[in-house]
Design a protein around this ligand. Sequence first.
Ligand SMILES: CC(C)(COP(=O)(O)OP(=O)(O)OC[C@H]1O[C@@H](n2cnc3c(N)ncnc32)[C@H](O)[C@@H]1OP(=O)(O)O)[C@@H](O)C(=O)NCCC(=O)NCCS
Length: 230
Amino acid sequence: MSKTENQSRKIFEQKVIWGDFFPSLPGNYYYMFFKNYCWKVKLKVGKIIRKFVAEDGRNIIFRTPKWEDLDDFVDLINSLVDEKADIYVTEKVTRAEEAKWLQEVIAHLERDEDFFLVAEIEKKAVALAEFKIKGGDNEHPVGAIGIIVKKDYRNLGIGTEILKTLLEQAVFFGLQKMTINVFATNKRAIHVYKKVGFIETGIIPERHFRQGKIIDEIILTIKLPKLNQS
Ligand SMILES: CC(C)(COP(=O)(O)OP(=O)(O)OC[C@H]1O[C@@H](n2cnc3c(N)ncnc32)[C@H](O)[C@@H]1OP(=O)(O)O)[C@@H](O)C(=O)NCCC(=O)NCCS
């Protein structure tokens, strides 16, 4: 292989792994090259997990993230910062910061290390959720959930359905327990978490200071069933 050929393969490999080289490739494949071998690998980005109809009748697609979500994600997280939502992030992100984060997300997704879910309405990513494996051991892994829904799309049942879907996926990952941390002031979030089966298992008093108020953090936990292998 010539030097130029080698270089272009390298660039191709790097770019395609992040999904921005041929974003419209049917079936979302990328190609891995090693010596004279080439593998066609199915990407886990943009994979549709399920579809459902929101309470206002709009069709929602739940899928894994893809590179083209970048601008929607910047818009989503910054809109939550603007409204001073009860989340950890308080500073707006730049497109470059979000791109770096999204690269990591896609890499984790491809390696089945963590799981990320997007709610898409009318071709726009309006909610983002994830679970990360945060504790336990190989036999008893424990996950932690994060979830955000854009303001105009709340109270439509999206958050509830996202959580149910994440928990289903967590069972496939073999997770035995899932936790979620929430500001004690976030009554809607706490309501939704309890609705899907989480119970309060802890409290970190005076964990946050926001807009002149000291706020506790609540920890909620759910035990997950074991996947029946038979
Ligand atoms: C919390 C969040 C994920 C929930 O998602 P959602 O799509 O709005 O949730 P749903 O539409 O499925 O359900 C909302 C439920 O909360 C209830 N609710 C709304 N406001 C409420 C309040 N102030 N107190 C208690 N319950 C409330 C609704 O009645 C509904 O309950 P029901 O289905 O039993 O009638 C979403 O509101 C959000 O992203 N908020 C901002 C970011 C955030 O707080 N993320 C969580 C950080 S831990």
